[in-house]
Design a protein around this ligand. Structure first.
Ligand code: 13P
Ligand code: SF4
Length: 301
């Protein structure tokens, strides 16, 4: 049997490559990543690592972001079918219609979006800096796309601005129900409820903390609490358990899984490095416009 972890290690050295993985990846993938993190951390790690090749175990928009930010590097996505459905929910025409209807508004786009939508935006943001990006952008009206849940959370935190929202959502987080959290709270009344801002407003209402994936991990590690109810994808909960052996972590009743994040196996990572596939390309004219919005995002780290 092939020892993929050992083979990947050898190939990384031979090809001067770095292996980045998102917090929602399968455990076998998380365990051998050079850097494991949330979207914002991974956008920056690609640069810090200073390698010729970036292998990105995540979803397509993450690899595209790395390519736009670091065009001189070869960026590989092990599975071309690892997409984020939310990123494809808004079209160029729909965003243009919003811009036409709100001429004085600036556009803040969640990083979970296509390159074309990023290229039409004034700034991008991730779950960890969305509030700060919107607060600081020079406009009273902000078109926020594509996630309506993250957008309405930002609106709550930035009441002085008017946000115009789109109807996009994450099918994993949007599925989490109020009754599930209530059930968990009955079982573990002392456990803080920590949630990702892609959940619906009624879940935000019940949260003790609203944080990005890495923000949740950091909070749990530093907190004195011994058990936590965690409303997000299961991959992060697995990481929390692994890195905090004395503490307990529970999902919102049943594990929530992002099938796209789970597509990448160790074998896929090995094939990706070995055959240098699938290389991500972004049309230079689009990349040139999108990088401005991404650089705005990187001001708030
Ligand atoms: P983070 O940036 O918080 O890791 O979130 C990415 C994501 O896709 C959440 O569903
Ligand atoms: Fe997209 Fe949701 Fe999966 Fe994150 S968890 S990659 S937002 S579908």
């Amino acid at each position: 049997m092939i020892d993929y972890a050992a083979e990947i290690k050898e190939l990384k050295q031979k090809k001067n490559a770095v292996f980045l993985a998102h917090n929602y990846q399968m455990e076998e993938v998380q365990l051998i990543a050079d850097y494991l993190g949330d979207s914002l951390e991974l956008s920056r790690m690609a640069q810090k690592a200073d390698k010729d090749i970036i292998v990105f175990a995540g979803v397509k928009f993450m690899a595209e972001t790395a390519k736009i930010l670091y065009p001189g590097k070869k960026v590989l996505l092990p599975r071309l079918d690892a997409g984020c459905p939310m990123a494809d929910m808004i079209s160029v025409d729909e965003l243009q219609a919003l811009k036409d209807a709100h001429k004085n508004a600036k556009v803040v786009t969640y990083i979970n979006s296509s390159v074309e939508i990023k290229a039409m935006s004034d700034a991008c943001c991730t779950s960890s800096n969305a509030v700060r990006v919107v607060k600081n952008i020079e406009a009273e009206e902000v078109i926020f796309v594509p996630d309506r849940n993250l957008g309405s959370y930002v609106q709550r935190m930035v009441p002085e601005k008017k946000l115009i929202l789109f109807e996009g959502y994450c099918f994993v987080h949007n599925r989490i129900k109020r009754e599930e959290i209530e059930e968990m709270k009955k079982m573990f009344p002392d456990a803080p409820v920590i949630v990702h801002p892609e959940v619906r407003s009624e879940i935000i209402d019940m949260a003790d903390e609203v944080l990005s994936t890495s923000g949740m991990l950091q909070y749990a590690t530093q907190s004195d609490a011994k058990r936590f109810i965690v409303a997000t994808e299961q991959g992060l909960i697995d990481r929390m358990k692994r890195e905090n052996p004395g503490k307990e972590f529970y999902p919102a009743l049943r594990p929530k899984i992002c099938v796209n994040m789970k597509r990448t196996s160790l074998r896929d990572v090995y094939d990706s490095l070995n055959e240098e596939k699938y290389e991500i390309h972004v049309e230079p004219e689009i990349a040139q416009r999108a990088v401005k919005a991404l650089n705005e995002m990187l001001k708030y780290i």
